[in-house]
Design a protein around this ligand. Structure first.
Ligand code: GDP
Length: 445
């Protein structure tokens, strides 16, 4: 779906953020770089991306400290707030004229979804107690008038269309006549559908500007297909210059668009997104909420889960089992080895250490581990008998010598391993007595 890929990319970025301590400038820069790439790949306009990432960076490095949130959550929160901001901030409602009828003009490229939107908007308004009428001023596309009559019928609202021989070929006159007709029939909203072209052209824009001048609309809604990607900004700017729209409607948000149009248009034009269209049927339509859209892009629920999972580091069940072993003094060298192997499996040990629950205490020790050390540890432990692994107290001098020889290590290596194991077991036992180390609470976002 739209934003699917962007959501995944952002989630990956946040997942890699440390949850403890303070983010370093390097952490922040790395994250901002990934966000920048994700936004550019989603077709968000370069200027918008630059400003967005600069603000996120500045805020993430700033003193904005919220004690209830860990560093990763704070970055997510900042990104969320900045997304809301570039999407227009507050929800912008449709503006009605003080004296009806409210005149709404639709403009946009052909195929953007104007005609469909006219029907959706009319139905939505009618449900809300209004008495809208549609005006077919798109005389360019052969079937446009007919299509508007069909959606009008589906929405249950009247459609004003040029009579054969009267106004055909003159969209400005049709638009004016349509508004006059609505006034006379006491409809309180008039929605004027205008012609689009496949690309922006001067003639189309002049026609739209002429209609705007003739009917003096309360709202001019620029309808834009979220799928048009990189062209969104140029198209939006051309329409802003040409008809000076008052609001934006994003269509086809149900499609596989990368979403850049949605994220760029409001920001680049300074005009709010008023509605979103999410399908072909008349009900697939909703007022646009910047905050909801941002949450959807960030997939906040999912991201929070990911951060939680990262905090739990590895399989929670396994962690509980290990804690239980510490508490009951049944943690063995086999378990020790297994834990280390698990760490290795999960990639960089050092990176993982920051995410292990209760790892702070062991961090110092484990921080010094390297791949070779795991290999050595493996060799040593595998040279032990089952009895020795289960009960390291059996490890007297002669057994240690035997193990050293068997593993190709020195007795000192063996001694060090046993000491480290005992220290870890002792420390973890203390921690475990107070229960499993608590994960830091997930604060509100
Ligand atoms: P117009 O040329 O701007 O009037 O565009 P139309 O209203 O004729 O729409 C062009 C095509 O896009 C039609 O096939 C519509 O059914 C389709 N369409 C319009 N809005 C949406 C939407 O939100 N989602 C999807 N999937 N299709 C849409």
């Amino acid at each position: 779906a739209t934003f699917g890929n962007l959501s995944d990319r952002l989630a990956d970025t946040f997942k890699n953020l440390r949850t403890k301590g303070k983010l370093s400038a390097a952490d922040v820069d790395g994250t901002v770089r990934e966000i920048r790439r994700a936004l550019l790949d989603a077709d968000v306009a370069l200027d918008v991306v630059k400003e967005f990432t600069a603000t996120v960076r500045e805020r993430a490095l700033g003193d904005e400290v919220n004690k209830a949130l860990n560093p990763a959550q704070q970055v997510v929160q900042i990104v969320n707030e900045e997304l809301v901001r570039i999407l227009g901030g507050q929800q912008r409602r449709l503006e009605f004229a003080k004296r009806p009828p409210t005149v709404i003009m639709l403009a946009g490229l052909q195929g953007a979804g104007k005609t469909t939107l006219a029907g959706k908007l009319a139905r939505w308004l009618a449900k809300d107690g209004h008495t809208p009428v549609l005006v077919a001023a798109d005389l360019q596309r052969p079937n446009a008038v007919n299509q508007l009559q069909i959606v009008g019928g589906q929405a249950g609202v009247p459609v004003f269309a040029p009579e054969p021989g009267n106004g055909v070929g003159n969209p400005v006159k049709v638009a004016k006549d349509g508004v006059a007709w609505a006034v006379q029939k006491q409809h309180d909203v008039v929605i004027v559908d205008t012609a689009g072209r496949l690309g922006v052209d001067a003639e189309m824009m002049k026609q739209a500007a002429d209609i705007r001048r003739a009917i003096d609309p309360d709202e001019v809604l620029f309808v834009i297909d979220a799928m048009i990607g990189q062209d969104a900004v140029a198209t939006a700017k051309a329409f802003q210059e040409g008809v000076d729209f008052t609001g934006v409607v994003l269509t086809k948000l149900d499609g596989d668009a990368r979403g850049g149009a949605a994220l760029s248009v409001a920001s680049v034009t300074g005009r709010p997104i008023v509605f979103a269209s999410t399908g072909e049927s008349l009900g697939d339509f909703e007022p646009f909420h910047p905050d909801r859209m941002a949450s959807r892009i960030l997939d906040l629920g999912d991201i929070l889960t990911l951060i939680e999972q990262a905090q739990a580091a590895f399989d929670e069940e396994e962690a509980l089992k290990v804690a239980e072993k510490f508490a009951t003094d049944t943690f063995t060298l086999d378990d020790f080895l297994k834990q280390m192997q698990q760490l290795r499996n999960m990639g960089s040990i050092k990176k993982m250490m920051g995410m292990l629950p209760g790892a702070g205490a062991m961090k110092q020790q484990l921080d010094n581990f390297d791949e070779q050390e795991i290999v050595r540890t493996e060799a040593i432990i595998q040279s032990m008998t089952v009895a020795e692994r289960t009960n390291p107290k059996l490890l007297n001098g002669s057994r240690r010598l035997r193990i050293a020889r068997g593993s190709g290590m020195t007795v000192t290596d063996v001694n060090q391993l046993v000491t480290r194991f005992e220290q870890a077991a002792k420390m973890m036992k203390t921690v475990a007595k107070g229960g499993v180390p608590n994960m830091p609470g997930m604060g509100p976002i």
